[in-house]
Design a protein around this ligand. Sequence first.
Ligand code: NAD
Ligand code: LMR
Length: 332
Amino acid sequence: MAKNPIRVLVTGAAGQIGYAIVSMIARGAMLGPDQPVILHLLDIEPAAEALKGVKMELIDAAFPLLKGVVATTDVVEACQDVNIAVMIGGFPRNEGMERKDVMSKNVSIYKAQASALEKHAAPDCKVLVVANPANTNALILKEFAPSIPEKNITCLTRLDHNRALGQISERLDVHVGNVKNVIIWGNHSSTQYPDVNHATVATCDGEKSVRELVADDHWLKTEFITTVQQRGAAIIKARKLSSALSAASSACDHIRDWVLGTPKGTWVSMGVHSDGSYGVPPGIVYSFPVTCEKGEWSIVQGLKIDEFSRAKLDATAQELIEEKSLAYSCLN
Ligand code: NAD
Ligand code: LMR
């Protein structure tokens, strides 16, 4: 029997990531090849014409899984009954801008859209915040939508996770699909800690640890970490625009694994509300290693954290605490 369509909200749908992600969702990359979808596209008035164009293209592409498109500048109409909300709407960082520069513009959007989601989305709606500062926007959204369960609000660090997999794959000249269990700890910013201490590579002689295969501890502790931390800025420098196709694809990975589950023995990184695991203070949205089953994520427990990692976990937590107070000062 055909499945009922799932309603997916994409905010900022006329923007770069929005334009890339809508076709991925309509092709089944987010919810599976047999799951019909209805797309709810939200943007602001100045982008209304462009949004119309996106809708026209979606119609023209004749996607078999796409059962409807609601394209609107009305946040209430956009949020109505949505099961998944991918929050991309906001302003990106341009060359030379620090992430903190986009803070004041974007956090106020998340405060304003929180209550529309709370009142009009489906009660079990799963929310993914992509717009920067992603962790702090997710936190603000939760604080101003108190009836949405904390576990339903997450932010995107899967792009950083995929970037880390990509760097290991390039270094070892192995296919990226054979590398797993890297971790992104903390903020989606340059203080994030990409950690390979538990990562493995599938080889013809079984699974081997990334540390053993790379052997060059110095590279792992320096260049690897900074390359992943600075990748967003490197892409802005090269494209004069921030990452879009990789962000869209990683957002699909995030929701797909959350809804359909992570493969056995594999974890992924998601920005979630800290429950105090690994000594990370509660009250911030922090990227942890998680596994997902039956639509629920849980933080992987019991991983050994060495002294080098401890300092990095704490530094990125500290930045998030500071970002939180900056966000509140922008809102006041
Ligand atoms: P963009 O400027 O191309 O698109 C953003 C869109 O949001 C625009 O169409 C704009 O009109 C719209 N918008 C602005 N205010 C809105 C509002 N109140 N409601 C709805 N829509 C609104 O930007 P982009 O390149 O698509 O990036 C979007 C966001 O994603 C940026 O904040 C960027 O920094 C962030 N980003 C995050 C990650 C991540 O991994 N978390 C990766 C890449 C980009
Ligand atoms: C990215 O990681 O590509 C984005 O968050 C863009 C940025 O501002 O770094």
